[in-house]
Every structure is written in C-alpha cells, then in structure tokens.
Design a protein around this ligand. Structure first.
Ligand code: CA
Length: 229
C-alpha cells in the first residue's frame, strides 16, 4: 500500500522542518511548501491525502489558499494551523473548506495523532441504507444528499455530520458524540469546528434543514416539522 501523502504549507522554517521530520518519522510521505503559491503548485502536481496549512503565509492569504485547494481537491483533508489569537480566521477558514484546525503552539504528538485520525476516517461509510427525513434524502452508501429534488453537494465532513444526525433522527446527539464520530478525536477543549459545520449544513440544506441546537448539549435532527406530513 502506498504511503499516505501529506503536504505541509508553512513559511516558518523551524516549524516547517519539525513538522516534516515528525510526519516522515510517523510513516507519511511528507513534503513542505514555504509559500502559498508553492503549496498550490505542489498540491496540483501531486494531489495529497491531507494538507496541513498555515494561515499566516507571506504571499497569498491562507484562507484564499484554503479556498483554492478545496475547489481543486474536494476529497483531500485540510487542517489549518493558526495562532491562538486569530479565532475569527478559524471560522472563515472552516467556511472556506477546512475540515479542522489546530492552534499554535501545539504538541507534535498531538498533531500527529489528530492527522492520523483524520486519515483513518476518510472514506468510512456510516451505513448501508437510504434515509429520508422531512424532504431530505441521505444515501449513506452513495454519500449523496438530495433536498427536495435538488442534489446538495456536501464535503466529506459535512456528509458525515448529517449522517450522524439523521441516523438518530428525533434523538439528542451530544457534541462529544459528534466530535468523536465525525472527527474521531483525540479531542481536547472547545472547538468551533462542529458549530461551523452545522451552520454550513443549515445553509446548504436551506428550508429543508431541521437541525435543532440544544445549547451546551448537542443537536437533534427533527423527525417532523410543524405543517409537514
Ligand atoms: Ca506563518
């Protein structure tokens, strides 16, 4: 089996070489790009399984790099690296297609564990049925979603999240369960990843989205909505 390929886009020479070393030692085929342009070119020439993307780059805005990578590589896992102070940037990056984020400073062991979990989760099929709830049709094996008659394009994590909710329609699914099932953590501390993915799902499903927020607890996908049969 070929080794999984990880592209690191990081301009800081010290952090970049530490990441390169840690990921190579962990058995990945890792490469390092020092600018956004170099990262985009590398990803284009050798599509990676996962991209570790620093948001503070010297040439192209990191969020813009993220958006372009996502447009070209819909199946690649993108994890962004950000400074602890840049919370708004994290939300914007998740909106632009990142699957997850890590804040600097981070422990290398933690980072490697997190990336490994992401790679392990890829392509995991959550079930073998087609579920229809309130006008939304979720084809679990085909990983396709229709709202009404229209197909809704979802990214892998968005699909996994919707599947986790819809397979337990009418039940509360806790934040911890969702983080564990969809992101397979190794999860530490509060994270905006889940909330941003839920709001993206709501936006993409539009009036068909029947996700109720239970503050501090989790989410529930509603079986029936008032006025619907
Ligand atoms: Ca940087």
């Amino acid at each position: 089996m070929p080794r999984e390929r990880i592209l690191i886009v990081e301009d800081d020479a010290v952090i970049g070489s530490e990441l390169l070393k840690a990921l190579s030692v962990s058995g990945y085929e890792a490469s390092l790009a020092r600018t956004g342009q170099a990262g985009l070119a590398d990803a284009h020439n050798h599509p990676p399984d996962l991209i570790l993307l620093d948001l503070g780059l010297p040439d192209v805005d990191g969020v813009e790099v993220c958006r372009r990578l996502r447009a070209e590589l819909p199946e690649t896992v993108i994890v962004v690296l950000t400074a602890r102070t840049e919370e708004f940037e994290v939300v914007v990056a998740l909106d632009a297609g990142a699957d997850d984020y890590l804040t600097k400073p981070f422990r290398l062991t933690e980072l490697v564990a997190r990336l490994r979990a992401h790679l392990r989760r890829r392509g995991v099929v959550p079930g073998d049925t087609v579920l229809t709830v309130g006008g939304v049709r979720v084809d679990l094996p085909g990983r396709r979603v229709h709202a009404g008659d229209a197909e809704v394009p979802l990214r892998p994590k968005e699909f996994d999240l919707l599947a986790a909710l819809v397979t337990r329609v009418g039940e509360v699914v806790t934040r911890e369960q969702l983080m564990d099932e969809v992101w397979d953590e190794n999860w530490f501390g509060p994270t905006k990843t889940l909330d941003v993915h839920v709001s993206t799902l709501r936006r993409k499903l539009g009036t068909f989205a029947h996700i109720t927020t239970l503050r501090g607890r989790g989410y529930r996908y509603e079986r029936e909505v008032a006025g619907e049969k």
